[in-house]
Design a protein around this ligand. Structure first.
Ligand code: PLP
Length: 484
């Protein structure tokens, strides 16, 4: 590294300002620690409010940085191997939107991972592009999405040679990392940008085992939720660019559209100080998380009736690498759904995991977990498995339906007139509101797509399995929104 990664320019600016403590006549109106909500202040103490300040000569301006924020972004770019890094205070949600706004315009074609997060769809509403979807493979042993097959990506470019960009999610929620360098080579050969939603993969940049991340493998841009796995506070994210084709000015303009004009200085501090820790200790942090997760996986796999996915998945279902810090755990052989397992862990054992689907739970192990946390998870799973040892395996669910056919673009669908109908009558109608299974927030059908019998049947199965479905038209869960 050429720069001094020990520095934390935004934190230094905040400390300088806290020391100066000028009589303050700007927003926010709480005036340091004097006026924030009293309950919160009693709980949190004073210091945090002293750094909740606005753009000043000392603190710099996120939208036009020339001082501390510029320096902090340059440090982050160096650390992550990018030419430019932008700090995001509205999560990777706004990063996905900005990537798409900068990469394509109305009626441009973009290849979109069908398992993209809902923020990708909102980016498409904003830019007005015409998505063509590529469906990741399905890992049927675990009922989870696999990776994007490079051969399928090549085929998409044969079918749609005018595509401007491709956007893929890697790692996905379950830790599946796609072959980003193969995808980058294909995109670049077709003069298209490769955009990677790496919301779940900040930590991958600190481990060869985890491929060192999307930028190191040739992606043009990627977003990372630094808050998910990099130690920053919620909503703190990064957008990295290393590309000959990306338009930096357009990215800056796009960020002005999707980011608050009052970015939280607490979040900016959190990004800056998390970057510093990752620079100084990132490799140890990630290898600690991997070690803890490997220990947990080994113990879980020795519990009768339970299984935890591991690197044996690599090489199938286009799974290039599996992020071992994600524990995908199934008790389906004991007849326990993922939803029930998650509830049992929390209600009976005070263990909270990230999410559940019908067959699995997902526990995320981080550098900040302790061996005691792992013991608690394993012993709780052990006790649940013992109590259900006579259970019989869950019946296999149908595979998710193929991708819905598009009728109109996400943007046209967004602005069209809509009405609600009972979902049983929706076959052949055009969807007006995204329906997704949440978490992980991956759309089953998007605005502008046609409800098929397969999709409606799958929706029915998913509802019966106890999943939480977002996007039905009302709280009866019996209606969907369609375009009139
Ligand atoms: C794959 C993926 N992309 C993007 C996002 C949005 O990230 P953020 O919560 O940082 O806005 C999420 C959120 O869970 C996600 O799972």
């Amino acid at each position: 590294m050429n720069q001094d990664q020990n520095k934390a320019p935004i934190f230094d600016a905040a400390m300088k300002y806290a020391k100066l403590r000028p009589a303050y006549f700007c927003v926010p109106g709480h005036r340091y620690e004097n006026g924030p909500g009293s309950l919160l202040r009693e709980y949190a103490g004073d210091n945090i409010f002293k750094i909740d300040i606005t753009e000043t000569g000392i603190t710099d301006d996120l939208h036009c940085p020339t001082g501390a924020i510029k320096e902090a972004q340059e440090l982050a770019a160096e650390l992550f191997g990018a030419d430019h890094t932008f700090f995001l205070v509205n999560g990777s949600t706004c990063g996905n939107q900005a990537m798409l706004l900068s990469a394509a315009g109305p009626h441009d074609r973009v290849i979109v991972d069908a398992n993209s997060h809902r923020s990708v769809n909102s980016g498409l509403i904003m830019n007005g592009a015409e998505p063509v979807y590529i469906t990741p493979e399905f890992e049927s042993d675990w009922d989870i999405p696999g990776g994007i097959d490079p051969a399928a990506a090549e085929k998409m470019f044969e079918l749609y040679p005018d595509c401007r960009a491709m956007i893929v999610t890697s790692p996905n929620y379950y830790g599946v990392i796609s072959d980003i360098s193969a995808l980058a080579e294909i995109c670049h050969r077709h003069n298209a940008l490769l955009l990677v939603d790496e919301a779940h993969g900040t930590h991958c940049c600190f481990s060869e085992q985890l491929t060192n991340g999307a930028i190191a493998n040739g992606a043009d841009m990627c977003v990372q939720s630094l808050h998910k796995t990099g130690g920053a506070l919620t909503q703190s994210s990064l957008l990295h660019i290393r590309s000959r084709m990306a338009d930096i000015d357009k990215i800056r303009n796009s960020l002005q559209i999707v980011q608050s004009s009052s970015p939280s200085y607490i979040l900016l501090n959190s990004i800056d100080t998390a970057r510093r820790d990752l620079a100084l200790h990132g490799k140890e942090m990630v290898s600690r998380a991997l070690e803890l997760a490997r220990l947990a996986r080994k113990k879980i796999n020795s519990i009768p009736g339970l299984r935890c996915a591991g690197r044996e998945l690599e090489g199938r279902s286009s799974i290039f690498r599996l992020d071992e810090t994600r524990l995908v755990i199934s008790a389906s052989d004991l007849g326990i759904t993922g939803f029930d397992l998650k509830d049992l862990l929390f209600e009976d054992h005070n263990v909270e995991v990230e999410m559940a689907d019908r067959n699995n739970i997902l526990a995320i192990v981080s550098y900040a977990n302790s061996p005691e946390d792992i013991d608690m998870l394993v012993s709780s799973l052990n006790s649940i498995a013992e109590n259900h040892s006579s259970g019989s395996p869950l019946p296999k669910m149908a595979e998710p339906p193929g991708k819905a056919r598009s009728a109109i673009s996400p943007r046209d669908a967004f602005f069209a007139k809509k009405k609600s109908v009972p979902w049983k009558e929706a076959e052949g109608c055009v969807c007006a509101r995204m329906i997704d299974i949440s978490p992980p927030g991956i759309p089953l059908i998007r605005p502008g797509e046609i409800f098929s019998a397969d999709i409606l049947n799958y929706l029915k199965q998913i509802r019966l399995s106890g999943a939480f479905i977002q996007g039905l038209a009302d709280e009866t869960m019996e209606t969907v929104m369609i375009i009139e």
